[in-house]
Design a protein around this ligand. Structure first.
Ligand SMILES: O=c1ccn([C@@H]2O[C@H](COP(=O)(O)O)[C@@H](O)[C@H]2O)c(=O)[nH]1
Length: 305
């Protein structure tokens, strides 16, 4: 079985893309014509939610699959619909896996080690159920929050080693308030640099054949200066980069995020892809998302290749 970092590198080479589509759909942003077509008055709201949320995202995945290496599912957008949303998430994860797309669960999880282990079991590891071990979500990678420190991260790292999975630790996030804590000075360094140093340490034991670690970092596209600093600490970790487009991150700045051999980045775009129809690219939402993802892939490639 391939390490996560090798799986990423092979997918990037095969598709000539570093693009990840963020599946962050809310029902109120699904085009009216789609809702009108599929809303069934004979069924209740929950049944309609489950069908429409699944079907819209499934079609987006079909439309964009040739332009992206994977999909990132943001937990919040499914959890807001309670367990009905989680059921849709589970089905969509399986759908993306069947298409051989890389699946990232973006839940930014963490807790004390016993609870962190539960999260890890669910999304990248396995859960013991009576005399069986079950891989419930079996994603390729997940995002974690480092705030609880090393013992809260270790259960995830151990599962990455055991199951060849990947982790993206929040290092410097894309939002304006990321400076509130991440830019605090600790021992003459930014706190985010200290976190990056830890990511380097945690990732040393899980490297793939290309020399990249399976333990990566989230660095927002809005943070090119921080990216340069993170890169000097983490030359051979993958960076998951959200924040291009709507949040103001610039594609031209992605060159500052590149690692060894001009590799080591994956770039997420959510709203610009899933709601591309709003930009009137095409009257059909699937074609709009296809065109938006193709354009994004090509613009990113023109900067990083
Ligand atoms: O620093 C971070 C970490 C995670 N995110 C997530 O990425 C997407 C971005 O969505 P866009 O619509 O492309 O802005 C979203 O799921 C965030 O929760 C982030 O933006 N920044």
């Amino acid at each position: 079985m391939l390490n996560f970092s090798d799986k990423l590198i092979e997918a990037i080479k095969k598709k000539n893309s570093v693009l990840i589509a963020g599946i962050d759909t809310t029902v109120e942003n699904i085009p009216d014509y789609f809702i009108r077509k599929y809303y069934d008055d004979e069924k209740n709201e929950i049944e309609n939610l489950k069908y429409i949320l699944y079907e819209y995202n499934r079609r987006i995945i079909d439309a964009i699959e040739e332009n992206v290496i994977g999909v990132k599912f943001q937990a919040a957008f499914f959890e807001q619909y309670s367990y009905y949303g989680i059921e849709v998430l589970h089905k969509l994860i399986q759908y993306a896996q069947n298409k051989k797309l890389i699946v990232i669960f973006d839940g930014k999880r963490n807790d004390i080690s016993s609870s962190a282990k539960g999260y890890s079991n669910a999304y990248i590891g396995e859960t013991t159920l009576f005399d069986k071990k079950i891989k419930f979500f079996d994603c390729d990678a997940m995002t974690v929050n480092p705030y609880l420190g090393e013992d809260g991260i270790k259960p995830f790292v151990e599962d990455c080693e055991r199951f060849k999975k990947g982790l993206f630790v929040l290092v410097k996030t894309s939002n304006p308030s990321s400076k509130d804590f991440q830019d605090l000075i600790v021992d003459s360094k930014y706190l985010f640099e200290k976190v990056a140093e830890k990511v380097h340490e945690w990732g040393a034991s899980c490297k793939g054949k290309h020399g990249y670690s399976d333990i990566g970092a989230v660095v927002g596209a809005t943070q090119p200066q921080a990216a340069k600093m993170v890169r000097s600490i983490l030359p051979d970790s993958f960076l998951l980069i959200p924040g291009i487009g709507v949040q103001g991150g610039k594609i031209e700045d992605l060159k500052y995020f590149l690692g060894k051999n001009k590799m080591g980045i994956i770039v997420n775009s959510s709203r610009d892809i899933i709601y591309a129809y709003k930009n009137h690219i095409h009257s059909d939402f699937e074609k709009s998302s296809f065109i938006a993802s193709k354009n994004l892939k090509e613009s990113i490639n023109s900067v990083i290749n």
